[in-house]
Design a protein around this ligand. Structure first.
Ligand code: ADP
Length: 205
């Protein structure tokens, strides 16, 4: 966990409650946290889900692994320590978005259970729903897809610390949803995600 550096700081309450913000927006904030191997389909499914949600008049926003590394997390690499900080920051951003009433869809490999559990705890402490979605794809299939050529580079030894090749992926133990993305179509995965959100009352007003 990151150390609290600043002292002399006090939480300043606003005059608008989360419930009032939700009523204004007509929806509840939730984080849909997708985790899985590179090329398992996290970004592809997130893009498709965002589109369907917007077509339904919902406010949704994607936080995507590579995209965030171009900006907020441009100073972080892929060491275990940097991966942990990457996930911690995204967790905090997702929590803020959730408090603001957004359906936030994250697509990060987030390979370490401990880091994901910390994000879950952040949400629990903030009384915000957190859905851990394991995008489960056999590595052979992910490697066959390899849309960015990263497995090829990792196998050739040109890329070190690549998840699934020479860095571990720790699968979730109790995810809210498992998507077998090597068996389901993208549309089927999106349908499962919508059903999960619906069954938890997260798509209503
Ligand atoms: P990740 O975000 O997990 O790294 P991407 O979404 O970037 O994965 O890449 C997954 C690749 O696999 C894309 O090129 C996508 O079109 C392809 N793909 C093929 N079949 C599927 C499927 N059923 N679900 C998700 N992605 C699929």
């Amino acid at each position: 966990m990151a150390e609290q550096k600043a002292t002399n700081i006090t939480w300043h309450e606003g005059d608008v409650t989360r419930e009032e913000r939700q009523a204004n927006l007509g929806q509840k904030g939730v984080t849909v946290w997708m985790t899985g191997l590179s090329a398992s389909g996290k970004s592809t499914i997130a893009v498709a889900l965002e589109k369907v949600l917007l077509a339904r008049g919902k406010h949704a926003y994607r936080l995507d692994g590579d995209n965030i590394r171009f900006g907020l997390n441009k100073n972080l690499g892929f060491s275990a320590e940097d991966r942990a900080e990457n996930i911690r920051r995204i967790g905090e951003v997702a929590k803020l978005f959730g408090d603001a009433g957004m359906i936030t869809i994250t697509s990060f490999i987030s390979p370490y259970r401990r880091d994901r559990d910390l994000v879950r705890k952040l949400h629990e402490d903030a009384r915000l729903p957190f859905l851990e979605v394991y995008v489960d794809c056999a590595i052979e299939e992910a490697e066959k897809r390899d849309p960015k050529g990263l497995y090829k580079k990792a196998r050739a030894g040109e890329l070190k610390g690549f998840t699934g090749v020479d860095d571990p992926y720790e699968a979730p133990e109790r995810p809210e949803l498992v998507l077998r993305s090597d068996r389901l179509t993208v549309a089927e995965s999106v349908a499962e995600l919508l059903a999960t959100l619906e069954s938890r009352g997260l798509l209503g007003a």
